[in-house]
Write a protein that binds this ligand. Structure first.
Ligand SMILES: Cc1cc2nc3c(=O)[nH]c(=O)nc-3n(C[C@H](O)[C@H](O)[C@H](O)COP(=O)(O)OP(=O)(O)OC[C@H]3O[C@@H](n4cnc5c(N)ncnc54)[C@H](O)[C@@H]3O)c2cc1C
Length: 398
């Protein structure tokens, strides 16, 4: 029986965590009770935890994977500077870092650089066109010597890290009774299941996880909530970094034609070392939405071969001739993430988000990068949504 359960759970994860309704009843090995449980230790879950910590609330963060950060992730090996495998740009005024860290002087400690690129080329299939006059002004910012992951790691995580429970994927949230009961299954290696109880729960998982019913709600979510959830679009995608012995590429090179129905689709090659203290030639590649499709199910070697072939056509063989190394981060196949960020932002989104964020029974609250109406699909958005959810939790406790 034990082995059967392991096999069933194994199949569940190998198939990309298919719908948990097929799961057998799970064994309960313990029951711990807290004031608040947060599901997911990405930017939103970590920020919510930091807010609760400040107020002395008894909470835990339950994270499916063996590490915190979610779509904040860094690589320190490929180049002589740390590389953002997920979130990379600071899309709004850098003073947001003071808000997130709670330190008004944070910009004295964390150096950010304006992303003031001068060169943006477009490949029309036959030749390169200069689109530098379309570069956004004022520029966005990036971290100079660090990453978004490092920022959270240094300034948010220290106060909350002892309250994170790893390797527990929440499979059910039961709010039938006064106490909300959360059932978990093991995130990666099928350890015994545990359940937890709380007065309130903040659900801070990617929207894809809710859309694909990986968490069963008891009673079920309302039809209105489900419809609103499914109206948010989080596109598939990957990020690739390649190092070369020569710098043959422009600051930004766009390969996909702008489609006004899919304005957030990306097939962008960029100088990832721009403004960094680096002697390396590092090209970043961002593939999001439809342009990502041909790469999504390829193995790493084939992804690189395909990209080098495309670059060779544009730069007359320079890419293959000077290629050194790479890293591929496929966010669509990353368990418990399953996509990139919000890519359908229009005037109706605000209304949709209000329905998604509406707490259930004053006990289940929602947060996440996708749920911020100011800058949906960003790290600051994840932070703001967390603050909003925690404010609602405090109201409930009063
Ligand atoms: C390629 C890419 C580029 C990006 N670029 C930028 C950028 O330049 N600037 C910017 O601001 N933003 C960017 N973003 C978006 C930004 O990374 C996200 O909006 C933000 O990090 C989302 O945080 P979150 O906490 O809502 O979700 P996540 O970071 O996805 O965290 C959710 C957490 O929930 C966990 N989880 C999932 N299911 C369960 C479960 N059942 N039980 C327990 N835990 C679970 C996951 O493991 C994960 O740790 C980018 C994202 C990607 C993928």
């Amino acid at each position: 029986m034990k082995y059967l359960l392991v096999l069933i759970l194994g199949a569940f994860f190998i198939t990309g965590c298919s719908n948990p309704e097929v799961l057998p009843d799970i064994e309960i090995s313990s029951k711990d009770t807290y004031q608040v449980l947060i599901v997911g230790a990405g930017a939103a879950g970590l920020s919510a935890a930091a807010e609760l910590e400040k107020e002395g609330i008894d909470y835990r963060v339950i994270e499916a994977r063996k590490k915190y950060g979610g779509r904040l992730s860094a690589n320190y090996e490929l180049a002589d500077f740390p590389i953002d495998l997920g979130a990379e740009w600071i899309h709004e005024d850098p003073s947001i870092l003071a808000e997130i860290s709670g330190d008004p002087n944070i910009l004295d400690a964390v150096e950010v650089i304006p992303y003031d690129i001068q060169q943006m080329l477009f490949w029309n299939g036959e030749r390169l066109e200069d689109h530098s006059d379309e570069i956004e002004n004022p520029p966005e910012h990036k971290f100079k010597n660090t990453t978004w992951f490092d920022f959270y790691d240094n300034y948010v995580v220290p106060s909350v890290k002892d309250n994170i429970i790893y390797n527990r994927a929440v499979s059910e949230i039961d709010y039938t009774n006064d106490q909300v009961i959360i059932k978990t299954i093991n995130g990666t290696d099928y350890a015994p299941t545990e359940i937890y109880q709380a007065d309130a729960v903040i659900v801070a998982v990617p929207i894809t996880i809710l859309q694909q019913n990986y968490i069963r709600f008891v009673p079920d979510l309302s039809a209105k909530k489900k419809t609103a959830l499914n109206q948010i679009k989080m596109s598939a995608g990957l990020k690739i970094f390649m190092t070369f012995s020569e710098h043959f590429y422009p600051e930004v090179l766009i390969l996909n034609e702008y489609d006004e129905d899919f304005p957030y689709d990306e097939k962008t090659f960029y100088d990832a070392a721009f403004g960094k203290e680096s002697e390396n030639h590092v090209m970043g590649v961002l593939l999001v939405g439809e342009p990502a499709t041909p790469y999504l199910n390829l193995d790493e070697k084939s992804v690189i071969e395909l990209l080098l072939t495309e670059l060779d056509e544009i730069f007359e063989g320079k890419a293959s001739a000077t290629y050194e190394d790479h890293i591929v981060q496929n966010w669509s196949s990353e368990p418990y993430i399953l996509g990139t960020y919000t890519t359908d932002i229009d005037e109706k989104l605000d209304q949709t988000l209000r329905k998604v964020k509406q707490p259930i029974d004053d006990r289940i609250f929602f947060a996440g990068g996708a749920l911020d109406s100011e800058e949906p699909g960003t790290v600051p958005g994840a932070y703001r949504s967390a603050v909003e959810a925690v404010d609602l939790v405090f109201k409930m406790f009063k």
